[in-house]
Design a protein around this ligand. Structure first.
Ligand code: GLA
Length: 570
């Protein structure tokens, strides 16, 4: 990368240059050390990203007692436990296909003949913690019994077995009749009711927990669909501004929504399952700079020395586990080459230079990208080698495809300032009276990004001969979420297909509560509309709604929300 390419930086300059000396908005929200209530202790369970091993990526549902005991042994013998991997988590496939007569969950009698308490005890005897998978729908993704309508009973079973960590999935949960935040909130309460604080990992991959304050409910939440053992999938999961689960680009990713106690989860590790050691290292470095949970997903009984060295590298793990808990954020991205910055608690900063492109590349980080000046010490973290003092920039030379350098830059001292988090009034309805939604950044979208204040093709929005200054030009199917924060009472807009659209597809304009898919989330439905339908005036009650989705359901048609706004009672 030549310096001249810096103009390609698609990130808001204000984000990078407006460094503040305060922590992120949410840092003050986690309970202080002296608060010893059960809830405070619960929220302190994951002050750094959780580390462990999970059975899914290695074995899918093919698990059994012997295998899991040997995995526990290997976690100790390989040095994984001592490197910080505390949790051994059983994913889907551990339970019997029917509940007992009393409705209680049972272990699969063939796979776990001695029951779950026995396996939990074994795991604990190794100095490890025990985690288990369930689903908040009526069935798990493998169609085994889910926890819907058994919420408290199942959390009680887990507590009785000595579970320390619950991965709660979301297959079939869209028909629960509860928005995700309420559903997960219910489980948090059920966990607290057991008196045993257990980590709540929210596996809600279709649904943006950061939007509905997931940090007040659980400890980590999925931010991507499932990860697979190939680099394309690794990058897809890491980059939530690319796939289907997208926040407005002005946020520069999700970094401001993580912090000590609660973490964005780009899914579990495929280290050891990728094609080369270089790929394994890059995947691990990326998860470490992102302050992502580190749940190993390889067969630990059969791991090469190199894979073990990657997973247990002390200095790399220290970047992930840094107590300041900043999620590394992008300071450069030209599509092929990326630079991430993660200011650390000791005054230095960790920087990842990554080449995704097929062509070899030099990548340069300049000190102004990372809030430094003058001469600075640079350390190569994987090599454990100080590279010397550098003025104003450092260049990683000849990085091959999927190659990277992980650096520590700077010296001990006062922690470096962070960029300014997105101000609340730029993405949350904060004012009384009228808020025009195009004045806010969407907090999540699915489908093509809407055009703000023009049609999808960039023309003025015109409906029934009237030109609207404000609106969204969309291409179906399109979902855009706005955070009303429970403040607004009404939503109003004029809707119609765009006159430039000549096709015959019928679409529906709908308003939904936070859940993207559940039938219970419907707040307004225009019914089928085609290019020949007259426009409609939407005037809907949105009282109490935290996150509102403007949804256009159907195929391909271009359609507009004109003058979409909400009203907050004075
Ligand atoms: C979903 C989850 C995976 C795994 C499987 C189990 O796909 O996203 O991580 O738990 O279910 O069936």
């Amino acid at each position: 990368m030549r310096m001249a390419q810096l103009h390609k930086l698609p990130l808001s300059l204000t984000l990078i240059t407006a460094f503040l000396s305060c922590a992120t908005l949410r840092a003050s929200e986690h309970p202080g050390q002296d608060d010893n209530t059960l809830e405070a202790r619960y929220h302190r369970l994951a002050m750094t990203p959780p580390m462990g091993w999970n059975s899914w990526n290695a074995f899918k549902g093919d698990i059994n007692e012997q295998k899991i005991r040997r995995i526990a042994d290997a976690m100790v013998a390989s040095g994984m436990r001592d490197a910080g991997y505390a949790y051994l988590v059983l994913d889907d496939g551990w339970m019997a296909d029917k509940r007992g007569d009393d409705g209680a969950l049972l272990a699969d009698p063939n796979k776990f003949p001695n029951g779950m308490k026995a396996i939990a005890d074994y795991v604990h005897s190794k100095g490890l913690k025990f985690g288990i998978y369930e689903d908040r729908g009526h069935s798990t993704c493998m169609q085994l019994p889910g926890s819907f309508r058994h919420e408290q009973q199942d959390m009680n079973s887990f507590a009785a077995w000595g579970v320390d960590y619950i991965k709660l999935d979301s297959c079939f949960a869209e028909i629960n009749g509860r928005p995700s935040s309420q559903d997960f909130g219910l489980y948090k309460q059920c966990i607290l009711n057991t008196g045993r604080p257990m980590i709540l990992s929210m596996a809600n991959y279709t649904d943006p927990s950061w939007a509905w304050d997931g940090h007040k409910i659980g400890h980590l939440w999925r931010t991507s669909y499932d990860i697979y053992p190939r680099m394309g999938s690794v990058y897809y999961c890491a980059d939530t501004t690319a796939g289907d689960i997208v926040i407005h680009p002005a946020f520069n990713g999700l970094w401001q929504f993580a912090g000590p106690g609660y973490w964005n989860d780009p899914d579990m590790l495929q280290v050891g399952n990728l094609k080369t050691d270089a790929e394994n290292r890059t995947h691990f470095a990326l998860w470490c700079i992102l302050a992502a949970p580190l749940m190993a997903g390889n067969d630990l009984r059969d791991m090469s020395q190199t894979v073990r060295d990657v997973l247990t590298d002390e200095e790399v793990i220290a970047i992930n586990q840094d107590p300041r808990g900043v999620q590394g954020y992008k300071v450069y991205d030209d599509g092929d080459h990326e630079i991430y910055n993660k200011p650390l608690s000791d005054g230095a900063t960790a920087v990842l230079l990554l080449n995704k492109a097929a062509k070899e590349a030099d990548i340069t980080v300049t000190w102004d990208m990372i809030g430094l000046k003058g001469r600075q010490k640079v350390r190569d973290i994987w090599q454990r080698k100080d590279l010397g003092d550098f003025s104003d920039s450092f260049t990683a030379k000849s990085l091959p495809q999927h190659g990277h350098m992980l650096l520590k830059i700077g010296s001990p001292g006062k922690p470096l300032p962070l960029p300014r988090p997105m101000p609340l009034d730029k993405y949350i309805v904060t004012r009384k009276g009228r808020t025009s939604l195009p004045d806010l950044h969407y907090i999540w979208r699915k489908g093509d990004a809407p055009k703000y204040n023009t049609t999808f093709d960039g023309k003025p929005i015109v409906i029934d001969g009237k030109t609207y200054e404000k609106g969204f030009g969309c291409k179906a199917s399109s979902r855009i979420m706005f955070k009303l924060d429970g403040k607004a009472s009404r939503f109003r807009a004029v809707v119609a297909l765009d006159p430039s659209y000549k096709g015959d597809e019928a679409i529906k304009f709908r308003l939904r509560n936070e859940d993207p898919i559940g039938p219970d989330s419907l707040l307004y439905d225009s019914g089928n509309m085609t290019k020949d339908s007259p426009s409609k005036l939407v005037d809907a009650d949105v009282t109490g709604i935290d996150c509102l989705i403007l949804s256009i359901e159907g195929k391909q048609a271009l359609a507009n929300w004109a003058d979409p706004h909400v009203l907050v009672p004075r």
